[in-house]
Design a protein around this ligand. Structure first.
Ligand code: SAM
Length: 428
């Protein structure tokens, strides 16, 4: 590790410095959020709801439970910021720098009656974000691929909660990513710190009065952490929210009131800085509705026929953008943004209606034909490999359900289940 970094850490940690350096002899810690019962070796973290520390080195990224959305792998200290405050289930939330989606998933799971706009600036990373949100089958997430400054005109004063998990110099990644060590330099720290201050300004413009802002980084540098927050608080009227005691007790107090730091030598995980603020300033919210194309009569009939034939109890708000039909989860203004999903991708019309994998993942339990399997059923692996299943069910579209979660769709014809698992995901 570079001398300049170690010198900074010595000043910051004083008596703890040697323990910090020694902690780099140990392997990185891994964590998992777990949504269904399973026998993966893990222990529950003191903070959080379904957040665990993994006690195994097993590779879990390409397993049936992962494909199902039963687990999400996430570094344990990165799970802490969302647990700093209680999140109201009705809130409208924004995750400004969201990919690959660890924090977005935590938020989505806490707001059954709210919505989350999950945004990622990098195009490729925004696709990863979409895939992760689709795999988890969340029904309340809108995904955008924009520079956060371009979100401001659509969402002025709109959100109840904004999470800014800022791009940073990544000092808390050193144990798991040697590239982060070689990329590190003080010039990059200052660049990141300046960018953080801009990002905080955009967050401020989109937060309503009394809205909450969670700011986090996976770095230890004061310029990107407390100093960035101090510069923001010098300009704006916010109160610091007292951190949830379980999070505070799992880390250490930061260098300003309300801030919490996780270090690899004295907490669970690799390193994280976090603080939660509440906005006291007034702001005039924008109240513009978005413009969508409605489906024409023929399209509407094709989609409705599919829904009536194959599902029960579904009530969808259908809109069309770029030939894809979506269920719009909330009528908010997404005009002029790069939107990967307005809510749920229902499907496309190519002479007939072709249902999308996202539809099956989110609304699997509404299908009339359900194939309920256990995770260890050999048909699960067959399905994930893209094979057809020799199972006789009534004719029509259906869905594989495991422990209440949807794995994906199939079409039942002539005594077999034709596999609709997307080709790009069949990597078994
Ligand atoms: N919140 C994510 C999670 O929990 O999975 C991790 C986010 S990562 C720390 C920061 C993200 O910021 C990266 O995905 C990166 O592409 C994005 N980013 C990079 N430069 C940015 C910029 N100028 N504005 C906004 N986001 C940026």
């Amino acid at each position: 590790m570079k001398k300049e970094f170690l010198d900074e850490m010595k000043i910051l940690l004083d008596n703890d410095y040697n323990d910090f350096v020694k902690s780099y002899d140990n392997p990185p810690k891994r964590g998992v959020r777990s949504r269904i019962d399973n026998d993966i070796k893990k222990i529950k973290l003191d903070y959080g709801i379904n957040e665990y520390l993994l006690l195994t080195d097993e590779k879990l990224g390409n397993t049936p439970i992962h494909h199902l959305g039963g687990i999400y792998l996430q570094e344990p200290s990165a799970m802490a910021p969302i647990n700093l405050i209680d999140i109201n289930p009705n809130w409208n939330c924004l995750d400004m720098c969201a990919s690959p989606g660890g924090k977005s998933g935590q938020i989505a799971e806490r707001i059954p009656n709210g919505i989350l706009v999950s945004n990622e600036i990098d195009k490729k990373r925004s696709q990863t974000l979409f895939q992760n949100m689709e795999r988890m089958g969340y029904s309340n997430v809108i995904i955008t691929n924009n520079d956060p400054k371009d979100l401001v005109s659509n969402f002025k004063g709109f959100f109840d909660l904004i999470v800014l998990d800022a791009p940073c110099s990544g000092e808390g990644m050193f144990r798991k990513d040697s590239e982060a060590i070689s990329m590190w330099n003080m010039g990059n720290v200052s660049t990141c710190a300046k960018r953080d201050i801009d990002l905080l300004e955009y967050a401020n413009s989109m937060l309503k009065k009394n809205g909450k802002l969670i700011y986090s980084t996976c770095t230890f540098n004061r310029l990107e952490d407390e100093e960035a927050i101090k510069a923001f608080l010098d300009k704006h009227d916010y109160s610091v929210i007292k951190p949830n005691i379980n999070v505070l007790n799992s880390g250490v107090k930061g260098l300003i009131d309300g801030a919490v730091r996780f270090y690899p030598h004295n907490s669970v995980g690799e390193g994280q800085f976090m603080i939660a603020l509440e906005k006291n300033e007034d702001i005039e919210p924008i109240n513009k509705k978005g413009k969508f194309n409605n489906l024409d009569g023929k399209e509407l009939k094709l989609v409705n026929d599919f829904i009536n034939e194959n599902t029960t109890g579904l009530n969808l708000n259908l809109v069309k953008r770029n030939n894809i039909i979506y269920h719009l989860i909330k009528d908010i203004n997404l005009d002029n943004l790069n939107v990967l999903s307005y809510g749920i991708r229902i499907g496309e019309i190519d002479k007939r209606f072709i249902p999308n994998h996202h539809f099956f993942k989110v609304f699997g339990n509404y299908f009339k034909i359900k194939l309920e399997l256990k995770l260890d059923d050999p048909n699960v692996l067959k399905y994930l490999r893209g094979e057809q299943l020799d199972i006789e069910l009534p004719k029509g579209y259906g869905n594989i359900i495991i422990d209440g979660l949807s794995l994906g769709g199939f079409k039942s014809v002539d005594g077999v289940l034709k596999n609709l698992y997307p080709k790009g995901l069949r990597n078994f």
